[in-house]
Design a protein around this ligand. Structure first.
Ligand SMILES: [Zn+2]
Length: 328
């Protein structure tokens, strides 16, 4: 990548994301974020990157997706010093409630930044939210899979409400199905959730079958593509090309949110998928084309999973490189 030039890259990040420490035996570690920072700061994208500090999302923002009873329960268990929420996987810490609100606030910050840059005709790469905890498993009433607030779903509702970007695609390339995003929008015709993930027969959380296509007014606005050949790069390219691109073109979104998880990498033991670091570059190339051709560059990415401290940084870097490389 050294020989190329890059568009300005906005990364929404706070040191506070490192505060939530679920314990050394837990995979969702603060080191996930610090390793990405280390790689980005030393690599070819460093000069193009500007970091932006998010502010916590509001109670009203959370209520656009989550039920009040759940939010009270979350806060109360943290205040009482409980170990976990809903399942032992969802380890609590003294700061988790604040940190989760800040992570959800990162998507909101990225949208505000992007909308301002577009209205000022500044050409930039799609902003990236370098956040933890992740969000895509959290549903309106439960924490799940290390997720407490659904960062991508809250961002989608905010984009609709604040800027009137009604039709939104959420594309999720994490190794796992984002059951929480699917549940939130399952009956909604305006938010189209598209996910590629490991076969749910083999993989957490056990949802994300082809047959789950939406309900009522949302019928046909939920596309699950389980990766049957193990997620080799050739299979991914074929799916992006032949299945997803035509869907995005037909839906014609006003904006796009990417639930960007990097745990499908062959070195990441959270899944049996076989993505390579280069696969994230290929995915980035497609997202860039979709963004520019179909939604006037209104695209943000939010970090979901990715647990191999060895390959998470290089994978994020390759993805951002593809989103930001100057083509002319
Ligand atoms: Zn995952």
């Amino acid at each position: 990548m050294n020989r190329h030039e890059f568009l300005p890259i906005s990364i929404v990040f706070s040191e506070r994301f490192l505060e939530h420490d679920p314990g050394k035996d837990h995979p969702e570690l603060p080191a996930r974020i610090s390793t990405v920072l280390d790689v980005l700061k030393e690599g070819p994208l460093a000069k193009a990157i500007t970091f932006y500090e998010p502010v916590p999302c509001t109670w009203e923002d959370m209520l656009m997706v989550h039920q009040e009873e759940y939010l009270f329960r979350f806060e109360e268990r943290v205040l009482k010093g409980r170990q976990f929420l809903d399942h032992p996987d969802n380890r609590l810490s003294y700061s988790i409630y604040q940190v989760a609100m800040l992570a959800a606030g990162a998507g909101i910050k990225a949208i505000d930044l992007l909308e301002a840059q577009i209205s000022n005709r500044i050409k930039i790469a799609p902003p990236f939210c370098l956040v933890r905890p992740p969000g895509h498993h959290a549903d309106p009433t439960h924490a799940l899979g290390f997720c407490f607030l659904n960062n991508a779903a809250i961002a989608a509702r905010y984009w609709q409400k604040r800027y009137g970007r009604k039709k939104i695609i959420i594309f999720d390339f994490d190794a796992h199905h984002g059951n929480g995003i699917q549940d939130t929008f399952y009956q909604d015709p305006d938010v189209y959730y598209i996910s590629i993930h490991e076969d749910p027969i083999l993989s957490f959380p056990g949802t994300g079958f082809r047959e789950e296509t939406g309900e009522g007014a949302g019928k046909g606005r939920n596309l699950n593509i389980p990766l049957m050949a193990g997620g080799i790069e050739k299979e991914i390219i074929k799916i992006l090309d032949q299945e997803i691109t035509p869907e995005i073109e037909t839906f014609a979104p006003d904006a796009m949110i990417i639930a960007a998880g990097f745990d499908a990498h062959r070195m990441d033991d959270m899944s049996g998928l076989q993505f390579r670091t280069s696969t994230y570059g290929r995915i980035g190339q497609y997202i860039r084309i979709w963004s520019e051709q179909y939604c006037s560059a209104r695209t943000i990415s939010i970090l979901e999973g990715g647990y191999s401290l060895e390959v998470l940084g290089p994978s994020v870097e390759r993805y951002l490189g593809a989103l930001s490389i100057k083509l002319d």
